[in-house]
Design a protein around this ligand. Sequence first.
Ligand code: ADP
Ligand code: MG
Length: 664
Amino acid sequence: MAEYLQPGVIRKLDEVVVNRIAAGEIIQRPANALKELLENSLDAQSTHIQVQVKAGGLKLLQIQDNGTGIRREDLAIVCERFTTSKLTRFEDLSQIATFGFRGEALASISHVAHLSIQTKTAKEKCGYKATYADGKLQGQPKPCAGNQGTIICIEDLFYNMPQRRQALRSPAEEFQRLSEVLARYAVHNPRVGFTLRKQGDAQPALRTPVASSRSENIRIIYGAAISKELLEFSHRDEVYKFEAECLITQVNYSAKKCQMLLFINQRLVESTALRTSVDSIYATYLPRGHHPFVYMSLTLPPQNLDVNVHPTKHEVHFLYQEEIVDSIKQQVEARLLGSNATRTFYKQLRLPGAPDLDETQLADKTQRIYPKEMVRTDSTEQKLDKFLAPLVKSDSGVSSSSSQEASRLPEESFRVTAAKKSREVRLSSVLDMRKRVERQCSVQLRSTLKNLVYVGCVDERRALFQHETRLYMCNTRSFSEELFYQRMIYEFQNCSEITISPPLPLKELLILSLESEAAGWTPEDGDKAELADGAADILLKKAPIMREYFGLRISEDGMLESLPSLLHQHRPCVAHLPVYLLRLATEVDWEQETRCFETFCRETARFYAQLDWREGATAGFSRWTMEHVLFPAFKKYLLPPPRIKDQIYELTNLPTLYKVFERC
Ligand code: ADP
Ligand code: MG
């Protein structure tokens, strides 16, 4: 008869064993310990850090610094778990993991090695030496002579974990890893002098001087072949709120292995996403199987880093990773292409060579996708138009919803002249306006826009688009106004022009505008011709500003010759031109510089955002413009301010629909 299987009895593990296992997770090899110790020494503001090792750090790993030292009274608890001097308030919680302040390093080491600390602060007359086992101070700290700073000595790593000890058989390999960690910290902290020495060797294996520079340290450690090919640049992204300092090799240099030294918020980390993305740029320039040397230091808002990253998991993830990687990639690309021009985020979005296809849409093909998460990403698939009643045929007899037909431009008399050359904008008022747009940009909305799929127009003010599994309706007029406003300030001084031929008489246009309902003219306002004269005078006086900065030309004899061209294939609607001109005269604040640009850009944006929705060919053309000109521009350029959230409504989403239809 089969015996009944008895369940095992659950017992609590001995605390010493628990601690040892936990410590073994954090300290897996000498290089992990060294990283922690280096960070501690750097946190203690050392300017000189010396490391001595024996047998790849397995027999001895000693680090001496000239930092603040540890107070005598803290020596009793310094090796207990979760003791740290770097976290004083609970609010700092979000920063703990980010900066590695877990108070776990010394504790962990004391559980898997013989640990002693010798330290002296500036205030104390002498130093103290203490030894630790399993997180506990052994005996009392003993007074000793010594300079300010700390010597941490780790002996016989994993003496109490024989299997682990055995797995690390090659001291040479461990030494290699130790020197790699030290080298990276030395490059990142050029003000600090580092030395790495094998015990007994006369010469250090590695040494960098105090107050050096990053490229100099790269030369010392990695060789002149790399350092003389380095391109240095820094980049600040207002939208995703990060800063990057980079040293990358030019395309003349290549190696069999991609070397990437990456620091995020001062901590040495790995990011496969960033590495592969940067490496892929070089693939176009370097022979097959060849790679660059890249140093990068990123500073991100701490709250954007994944705080659940285990201390030994050097692979990091951060919020907006895809966008940030993209932004860095474009920077690297621009530098490699030899462009030194500082580009704003806005310009980067349309750097040459940027792939049109969204990589995000291609990635992760292998992941299993449930039907309710399935996303239609090809906008050439059927759209809303198909389900709507056929549109009125235009005169030419072609259905106006057909895309081919609409690519025909309505105003043959409008011809675009490209801006002659790119002029650098120095006016602080305009630069401030740009900064404001970038600072206000909602990152979340930006990434929604970037990946949206156009679905269709509902009416002249509303359109549908899809993002992932959600269907949204948005106010296209608000979107367009914001877009054109931003185009104005980014194209400032560099606007291409839409030439109007033959030119149109300004005064007649103004009279026309007064006749329109929008102008709201009443007899009390005075004679129309006189009003038009007044308005024309203002515009004529301000003509040089409009020409110089915005490509809007009015000749001396009062003829409108050109308008700014803000988007390829977009023409403002002529029907609204007269009112626009009138508003330029009456609504723009011509007195004060910033206000003037601000109001001029807003007025122009308002005009450009109006499409012609009268039935027939023009409405069809407007639909076409919405799909093929405006929506692609929203995706590409629009930096959405948070207020635009009010102009987007989520109509439904796939999981909800599934729930509904599954019941049917
Ligand atoms: P954490 O770095 O997360 O605070 P550690 O276990 O690495 O935790 O260190 C514990 C504490 O010991 C630190 O907060 C710091 O006060 C002190 N300490 C460790 N190493 C040094 C050093 N080299 N110089 C000065 N203080 C140190
Ligand atoms: Mg630490």
